[in-house]
Design a protein around this ligand. Structure first.
Ligand code: UFG
Length: 329
């Protein structure tokens, strides 16, 4: 297949790019490199360094030969930041995402995969969260992804664009072969921050809230390995040959913030100092995926079901790249 991957130099995107390249697809990455890294990509992959908002650049790429599909990862993705800058998230994520869909329709692209999110379920009362759970975004970030999902629904109905919306829970870990890993600037995600604390790169980890209605009072999340997410994208590309689909993607197991701290301590063999803080606005108490639909419709199944194994891949990548990309040890 010949595929365009927006945001392909980012954390999740780059793992999918490696998986597509591994199976022999021709991949072009479209990324502004504000969060992405050239070093995260296979050396043979062509990178178009441009903004999604640059309509001329996007038209030039989409008009350059036949595309079998577009995978869309380029987005702002921080729940907390979206609570501070709601309209920025809506214009950047929803606005540009919908314009990308429009461009795909104009250029005759037949397949579209959206990197969507568990954040569009808000704070559900029953777990696990399935595709029939009521949608009620708890943040402008979740809302912005929902708007793109709805645009895709109409793109299919009116123009026949086949799509898959993949709603990730908490993407975690790194390529087991060490070719790509997690390096956000600034880093706000739990696992890389805890690893930094374990390695002595930061003094402590701040735990956002210990008064949630969970077993230990800290938030519970479903950490799903990025390589499992990558395989889910391959499965979704095959599945949409027979029609559009929307899937929740998680490992199906919830872990609290304190569970993750203990896991990093076990895997690294080092203590992690932490301090309790107030809740972070926009954080739901519990998010655990019910992923039976993608399992039954595509045969996908996560290979990483043990948190320590996920953490081990993240730790190995960070130990090989103590300063992130561009600074391998
Ligand atoms: N947390 C802390 N301290 C930190 C950082 C995080 O206690 O320093 C807690 C958060 O409060 C949350 C959990 O750790 O309970 C996970 O937080 P992350 O920031 O790692 O991830 P989020 O759950 O906020 O969001 C992630 C992605 C979103 C996606 C969501 C889906 O960043 O894009 O998972 O579940 F929508």
């Amino acid at each position: 297949m010949r595929l365009l991957v927006t945001g392909g130099a980012g954390y999740v995107g780059s793992h999918i790019v490696w998986a597509l390249s591994d199976r022999g697809d021709e991949v072009v990455v479209y990324d502004n490199l504000r969060q992405g890294h050239r070093e995260a990509l296979p050396p043979t992959v062509r990178l178009v360094e441009a903004e999604l908002a640059d309509e001329a650049a996007l038209d030039a790429v989409l008009g350059d030969g036949h595309w079998d599909g577009v995978l869309h990862f380029a987005a702002l993705s921080l729940v907390g930041e979206s609570m501070q800058r709601p309209f920025h998230y809506m214009t950047e994520n929803a606005g540009l995402g919908i314009r990308l869909i429009d461009a795909c329709v104009r250029h005759g692209v037949g397949r579209f995969i959206l990197s969507s999110t568990a954040a569009l379920f808000g704070n559900p009362e029953t777990m696990p969260i399935t595709e029939t759970t009521r949608i009620d975004p708890g943040s402008p970030y979740g809302e912005s992804k929902l708007m793109i999902e709805r645009a895709l629904y109409w793109a299919d109905r009116i123009h026949g664009l086949r799509y898959a919306c993949l709603r990730y829970f908490n993407a975690a870990g790194a390529d087991p072969a060490g070719r790509s890993g997690e390096d956000h600037r600034p880093e706000t995600h739990l696992i890389p921050l805890i690893i930094e604390a374990a390695l002595g790169l930061r003094p402590e980890i701040l735990v956002f809230g210990d008064d949630y209605p969970t077993p230990d009072g800290t938030c519970v999340r479903d950490y799903v390995h990025v390589s499992d997410l990558a395989q889910a994208h391959l499965a979704a590309l095959a599945r949409i040959e027979t029609g559009s689909a929307t899937y929740n993607l998680g490992s199906g197991t919830g872990h609290s913030v304190l569970d993750v701290i203990r896991s990093v301590e076990r895997v690294s063999g080092r203590p992690v100092p932490f301090r309790m803080m107030p809740r972070r606005p926009g954080d739901p108490a519990v998010l655990v995926a019910g992923s039976d639909l993608i399992r039954s419709e595509t045969g996908w199944t996560p290979q990483y079901t043990v948190l320590d194994d996920i953490v081990a891949t993240a730790l190995a990548w960070r130990q090989a790249h103590p300063n992130g990309y561009g600074n391998a040890a």
